[in-house]
Design a protein around this ligand. Structure first.
Ligand code: FNR
Length: 197
């Protein structure tokens, strides 16, 4: 089998998908902190999905504008960063709904071959570990290229991220900085072997 090696130069545009619709989401605060800790070769834009209706395959032949816009945003990203809460040991339904919209109609998924990373925050000790496994399973089925290591399960305390979006605990900040550096390296690797069309 022949593999084309074509380098795709940084900066890379990372679409950030926040799994919470809450105004004062701790995962949104984590996403802000991650952007500030990331290497300069990564640029970020949020992919929002709050306006999506519930997915219904009866609409596959006539996708609603909000779903077309969502898919276009996903397609335009060089890589995707999921920052999500855990709901009842899985991912929030609104996030799963958005992922479903992005995956259809059959054969026209926006997800395939995207470099992806998953991270999440919860007040609880396991810091979204179970929810992330659920998301990883879906992202695997959708043929995304997942960064499988490092993993990051963040137990969010009220003062972990300050009003500027900076992480107040030095050890956690360093861990998250390394997570984002690893995501840059992983994205570069994926895009070298699987260039964006
Ligand atoms: C939760 N929460 C939660 N936490 C957790 O660690 N494991 C879980 O399974 C759940 N389940 C769950 C279900 C529902 C419906 C809600 C609303 C909440 C608590 C959750 O971690 C907490 O509300 C976070 O603040 C949610 O993240 P955002 O929305 O602040 O980003």
């Amino acid at each position: 089998m022949r593999i084309d090696i074509i380098e795709h130069e940084p900066p890379y545009r990372v679409g950030v998908i926040i799994g919470s619709l809450s105004r004062d989401s701790i995962n949104r605060r984590l996403a802000t902190a991650l952007e500030r800790l990331a290497p300069p070769e990564l640029e970020f834009f949020e992919i929002s999905y709050a306006d999506l209706p519930l997915y219904n395959r009866d609409l596959d032949a006539d996708y609603p504008p909000a779903a077309l816009a969502f898919k276009a945003d996903v397609r335009s990203a060089d890589a995707l960063l999921f920052v999500t809460p855990e709901y009842n040991r899985s991912i929030p339904g609104a996030l799963k709904n958005a992922i479903d919209w992005g995956s259809r109609p059959w054969g026209e998924s926006a997800w395939a071959d995207k470099p992806t990373a998953v991270i999440g925050a919860s007040p609880g000790k396991i810091g979204t570990a179970v929810g992330q496994q659920s998301l990883r399973s879906t992202l695997s089925f959708l043929n995304t290229r997942q960064m499988t290591s490092p993993e990051a399960y963040v137990q969010f305390t009220p003062d972990l991220v300050d009003a500027h979006g900076d992480v107040t605990d030095a050890e956690t900040a360093e861990f998250l900085r390394r997570f984002m550096a690893a995501f840059l390296a992983y994205t570069a690797r994926v895009l070298t072997v699987i260039p964006r069309s």
